[in-house]
Design a protein around this ligand. Structure first.
Ligand code: HEM
Length: 142
């Protein structure tokens, strides 16, 4: 089965349990980076968007969708509003999103794990590229 098909099957299995997955993700993420708790002002709304977009991008990458790059670039730029976020924070968020999905749904196997982690590696590379490009841009100081 393709990565896209495996990822799609996990997303279907998540139906109706999104809130439980988000709670797991944000509890673990903020336990890892407790100093970031204060910058989440509207966490009920934000956690929905941050989780949904992460999953959608991973699915989009598995389908080789070109729109993922422009969304990542925009998001990394906008996130400068929240301070100097580090690459390891993005990486952990992506990893924990997949962990939370795995721990929420009933069906998970080695092929599914491989599909998600492969796309996660691509997403982290895109985030790193966006961070580097913005850092080199004149806009970085405006
Ligand atoms: C792949 C990773 C991430 C995705 C897809 C993502 C996505 C988003 C989205 C869509 C929003 C809402 C923006 C809006 O409504 O205009 C948001 C807000 C926010 N994000 Fe992220 N984000 C990611 C990683 C991170 C990381 C690593 C941090 C912090 C360490 C972070 C901190 C925040 C904060 C503080 C807000 C605003 C929170 C609030 O007002 O409650 N994000 N993010």
């Amino acid at each position: 089965m393709s990565d896209a098909a495996l990822i799609e099957a996990s997303l279907i299995a998540l139906d109706g349990r999104e809130a439980a997955m988000r709670d797991l993700l944000f509890d673990r993420f903020l336990a890892r980076f407790p100093e970031r708790r204060a910058i989440f002002i509207h966490i009920d709304a934000t956690s929905v968007r941050m989780t949904d977009e992460t999953l959608q991008w991973l699915y989009g990458l598995a389908q080789d969708r070109k729109w993922v790059w422009s969304q990542v670039a925009e998001l990394v730029f906008n996130h400068r509003n929240y301070g100097e976020l580090r690459q390891d924070e993005y990486d952990v968020f992506v990893d924990f999103a997949i962990d939370a999905l795995r721990d929420t749904i009933d069906t998970w196997d080695a092929a599914t794990e491989g599909a998600w982690r492969r796309q996660a590696a691509s997403l982290k590379t895109l985030i790193a590229r966006a961070r580097a490009e913005w850092a080199a841009s004149p806009l970085a100081f405006s």
